[in-house]
Design a protein. Structure first.
Length: 560
């Protein structure tokens, strides 16, 4: 790729600036509505190569994914694997979602070797609102409300929601609440200010593995975040504050852990003569009953530029980022992308270097089974990918992606003598594979979306496969619209066998599941119903936890 670019420069091919960045998936409000999804997790699971759970997400097998809500990270620094606080996000508030698979670290920083997901909420406009309520088995209950209104030059939006269920296992109940507001001020076309405030809480049981149940273990968390996005002509500023709190209790083992964290971040961006520039600064602190107070700082500087070759349908994108840390070695990460786009055929390729930093919990947390390791260092990653897209006719489009992700100094929990372990940097890991997806509209009423993901995830030192990463995933989604206002969706998924231990001595069998959803629109009222695990399959997740049996809910949504 670089060799081809050098040849074009030597040939003195004329250049002009390109405005669009390659290698991202963009889903707008209209696309979200068309997908008929209820949550962000449900939306993400419709995309090949993306797997989202109740508080997780992975891109191409990697959980090192940075998730930004209006520019503010919602990855929990108090978790061992950067849990995502999805309960801060209302699907009805989203204006657009951008997904960068294996890229995005140049503009958005570290901890993104898997990629970046950007969620942008709507600005208050008009006088629009939505109220939704549904219920289902396992005593599931939920209600939410969203409302936005603007009186130039001001706008105000409000969102709140509540979700509760008893769960399908003993001590598997959940009680979640959230509330948020957004205030906008636009005195002119060149100036705008958006202030967002979000709060979420959760009280839930932790039932444990079937072989090691924890019938009285409880978990509580609170998350608060604020963002002030300012645009003053060509300068864009993001000022963010986040606070996380979590408490775990298990009276049977005498465990009680309280962790608190806060962070402040300032992000400045400007495009100058075709060059995108940015600088951000962050300070973060952690404390708790088993952790002494620690404070860290980091700073990032990046440059990026896109070139369009006038004589050829090529776009060359280059960039670099320098990360400066108070606790780790400074790191320089370059990236380069090349895109060929002609009529109905597109080729995109990318090479990206990035890094992942250890969390507060991995470095300072101490319990009966974990000792702290304040000397834990960063992971280094290289991502390579090439995508071929083909759109021969209006009714058919498809793509195939080859990807390769190499990680050095991987952060892994290692158990030592006496059953006490700690997180350490050791080993090399390779994630490589293929994504294939297709969209075929047979007629106005029937649309099919098959996809296949092959993933080879191996520890280079031992040759063993990485746990909880199946080799094959196949999805087949079909949509049928017998009436203009009625939509039926059948979503099927096959997941192959996956190992549950790093020594590959235990594994979880593959499984096939199907979900069914129906949506009916009547003016501003939408009636919906969904059944998950339609055939009531009994299966396990890769970590050994039992998956839910047949689950259903039904409800309505009303716009006003």
């Amino acid at each position: 790729m670089v060799f081809l670019a050098l040849i074009l420069v030597i040939m003195d091919v004329p250049l002009v600036w390109a405005e669009e960045e390659t290698g991202r998936i963009v889903i707008t409000t209209e696309g979200i509505k068309e997908m008929n999804v209820r949550t962000v997790v449900e939306l993400l699971n419709r995309i090949p190569g993306v797997d989202a759970g109740e508080n997780t997400v992975s891109l191409r097998g990697s959980r090192m994914v940075k998730v930004l809500l209006d520019g503010r990270p919602i990855n929990d620094p108090l978790s061992g694997h950067r849990a995502i606080r999805w309960n801060l996000v209302s699907i009805n508030d989203i204006e657009r979602i951008e997904i960068y698979k294996g890229s995005g670290s140049g503009a958005f920083g570290d901890d993104s070797s898997g990629g970046v997901i950007i969620i942008k909420t709507k600005r208050p406009e008009g006088g629009k609102g939505n109220i939704e309520a549904f219920g289902g088995n396992f005593n599931t209950k939920s209600c939410s409300i969203n409302y936005r209104r603007n009186i130039e030059p001001f706008g105000v939006g409000f969102s709140a929601g509540w979700y509760k269920k008893s769960g399908y296992r003993d001590n598997g109940d959940k009680d979640k609440r959230r509330a948020g507001t957004k205030i906008s001020y636009s005195p002119s076309k060149e100036h705008s200010f958006d202030l967002s405030l979000d709060f979420a809480s959760e009280d839930s049981g932790r039932p444990g593995l079937p072989a090691y149940p924890t019938p009285r273990s409880r978990f509580e968390s609170e998350t608060f975040g604020s963002s002030l996005i300012s645009r003053i002509r060509s300068l864009k500023s993001g000022t963010h504050f986040s606070r996380f709190r979590r408490e775990s209790r298990n009276p049977d083992s005498g465990l009680e852990t309280i962790l608190k964290s806060w962070s402040f971040m300032e992000d400045l961006k400007r495009k100058f003569r075709g060059i995108s520039t940015g600088i951000n600064f962050e300070i973060a602190e952690v404390s708790g009953n088993k952790v002494s107070t620690k404070q860290e700082k980091k700073c990032g500087i990046y440059l990026a530029k896109d070139h369009h070759f006038k004589a050829l349908p090529l776009t060359l994108s280059g960039g670099a980022r320098c990360n400066l840390y108070s606790e780790f070695r400074n790191i320089f990460n370059p990236e380069i992308k090349l895109s060929f786009d002609r009529d109905d055929f597109t080729i995109q390729t990318a090479v990206v270097k990035t890094n992942n930093t250890p969390t507060f919990l991995q470095r300072y947390y101490e319990s009966s089974t974990t000792s702290p390791n304040p000397d834990l260092g960063t992971e280094k990653a290289m991502n390579y990918s090439i995508t071929f897209s083909y759109h021969p006719i209006k009714q058919i489009e498809g793509s195939i992606t080859l990807f390769y992700n190499r990680i050095k100094d991987r952060i892994t929990y290692a158990r030592g003598e006496g059953g006490i372990g700690k997180y350490e940097n050791f080993g090399k890991v390779t994630l490589k594979g293929t994504e294939i997806s297709c969209k075929w509209k047979l007629c106005d009423s029937i649309e099919m979306k098959p996809s296949y993901v092959y993933l080879s995830a191996k520890d280079n030192e031992t040759g063993n496969r990485i746990p909880c990463k199946p080799e094959h995933k196949v999805r087949f989604d079909i949509r049928y619209k017998p009436l203009a206002d009625l939509t039926l969706d059948l979503n099927t998924k096959y997941v192959s066998k996956q190992y549950s231990r790093s020594d590959n001595k235990e594994s979880v069998s593959g499984y096939f599941i199907a979900d069914l959803r129906a949506d009916y629109y009547c003016n501003r009222i939408r009636l919906f119903m969904k059944i998950e695990n339609l055939f009531d399959k009994d299966y396990l997740y890769g970590d050994g936890y039992p998956a839910p049996p047949l689950t259903w809910w039904t409800g309505l949504s009303c716009e006003f």
